[in-house]
Design a protein around this ligand. Structure first.
Ligand code: SF4
Length: 218
């Protein structure tokens, strides 16, 4: 593996949620637990134990390490269903049979439409494709609370977005610069809200105007 692989795969999701959040995690090494992250972590524990569970025509591998030398990404898949298929590929640590991998990312909560999770899953699939020289059409985000699967197809748009995001993350890592906050409804649920202070810039601007006598209440 290339020694330069430095970007954790989960940052694909963080960056597409908020660039500043990804930078605060990656560059400033900030972390702050809130109810959303705590629930997510608790619910994730079941799949964070490496195992290979044999079922008929399928082996479920949990906590599977993956990487891409092309995109300089590394990380883990919560679960990958290895479905026996003559058109698949050999997974060297299993046996000599052929499988089509089907990655599954576990998320806290109920079924919802979140592009950043789909891109994280697509990045996992692209890592597996590179590792085992295969093609993966689809995978799923599994919402733990509602026990529902959201199937995701890895089309060219998503693949391109993953490549662009990993390039942007590398750029961010090299620049060591944290982007300005852009307040949005996402900030309410963001565990870094207290550390990021997305409204602070606005407040400071008002304060400066006020002490220079140009501040007028709206
Ligand atoms: S509080 Fe808002 S701007 Fe700050 S990191 Fe979170 S989502 Fe991004």
């Amino acid at each position: 593996m290339d020694d330069n692989i430095t970007i954790p795969l989960s940052y694909i999701s963080q960056y597409n949620y908020c660039k500043r959040r990804a930078a605060l995690l990656m560059i400033e090494q900030l972390w702050n637990e809130n109810s959303y992250t705590a629930m997510g972590r608790g619910e994730h524990e079941r799949v964070h134990t490496p195992a290979a569970d044999h079922k008929s025509n399928c082996i479920v591998v949990t906590d599977m390490p993956v990487y891409s030398e092309k995109m300089l990404l590394f990380g883990k898949c919560d679960a990958v269903e290895m479905n026996e298929d003559i058109n698949g590929c050999v997974i060297p640590f299993l046996d000599n049979k052929k499988y089509i991998p089907y990655p599954i990312e576990y998320k806290h909560g109920v079924l919802r439409d979140e592009t950043e999770y789909e891109l994280q899953l697509c990045a996992q699939a692209m890592c597996i494709e590179e590792m085992f020289t295969c093609h993966i059409d689809k995978g799923a985000v599994f919402y733990i609370t509602s026990h529902r699967r959201h199937e995701v197809f890895f089309d060219e748009v998503k693949r391109k977005a993953v490549i662009e995001t990993s390039a942007q993350l590398l750029k961010l890592s090299n620049s060591q610069t944290v982007p300005q906050a852009e307040f949005s409804p996402k900030c309410k649920k963001c565990s870094l809200n207290n550390l990021c202070m997305p409204n602070a810039e606005k407040s400071a601007e008002k304060y400066i105007k006020m002490i220079h006598g140009s501040f007028k209440e709206e």
